[in-house]
Design a protein around this ligand. Structure first.
Ligand code: ZN
Length: 239
């Protein structure tokens, strides 16, 4: 299945206004869709620019325990997020399993703020039967060799994007290694240092919210109890 998501990001007065469009080709049916959303108010001058992929933060909830296994984990978190109306079905967007929009109670997981209403834009539950990498886009990383601290961006980017056709969810990172160009040491991606501090993780399960607010500890505890495992919360900023 080929899919694409592109958009314009428009800042106007005190708001960022997202206009997204894209297409998906699931089976024989080609769909074209668009969506729009007012994001957070900001203090900037009016501006408009092409953003390619319109997302500002990706916040991952990565399970810390090996149990429950993938299928059971997906079942539990999907059930919880839909039942609590945190997420809503969003079949018109991408037509892709595991991809959700906001539900009626989408503000529930987040600390209240005075300056803007915290929520999220979309939610992805990783559904593919393989080990994947967090974050799913290496742009905010500054990966370094854990032994000699050399920059290993290039060999890491090659793992993310081995060729023009391969999509990230098709790649199994289970045996992936990065070779340091300086000391020739060989490391798993999650053994690398990330100078920006967020880190790199390998997992076969995660839930990712885009443009999310700050999660309330009480909500995270409830989510983790329903999922059957505590989670690491890690955010990556794309600016
Ligand atoms: Zn090295």
């Amino acid at each position: 299945m080929a899919s694409a998501l592109q958009g314009w990001r428009v800042e106007w007065c005190e708001f960022i206004f997202d206009l997204r469009f894209g297409f998906s080709n699931g089976g024989n049916e080609e769909r074209i869709y668009w969506e729009s959303q007012i994001s957070q108010p900001i203090e900037r001058k009016p501006a408009c620019w092409y953003d390619g992929r319109v997302s500002y933060t990706y916040t991952y909830l990565v399970p810390l325990n090996p149990e429950p296994k993938r299928t059971e984990y997906i079942r539990r978190v999907t059930d919880f997020l839909l039942r609590k109306q945190i997420v809503g079905e969003l079949e018109s967007v991408l037509g892709q399993k595991g991809f959700f929009g906001v539900g009626d109670s989408a503000l529930e997981p987040f600390n209240a703020r005075e300056d803007w209403e915290p929520g999220f834009h979309s939610c992805v539950i990783f559904i593919y039967p393989r080990i994947t990498i967090v974050p799913e886009d290496p742009t905010p990383l500054e990966p370094r060799c854990p032994d000699c601290l050399a920059d290993v961006s290039q060999p890491l980017n090659k793992l993310y994007c081995p060729d023009e056709e391969t999509q990230l969810e098709q790649i199994d990172f289970g045996g992936a290694k990065v070779t340091c160009p300086e000391c020739r040491g060989s490391f798993r991606p999650d053994e690398l240092r990330d100078e920006r501090g967020e880190g790199i993780f390998l997992t076969d399960r995660y839930v990712c919210f885009t443009d999310a607010g700050d999660f309330r500890p009480e909500w995270l505890a409830e989510f983790s109890e329903a999922a059957g495992t505590p989670h690491r919360v890690v955010s990556y900023y794309y600016t």
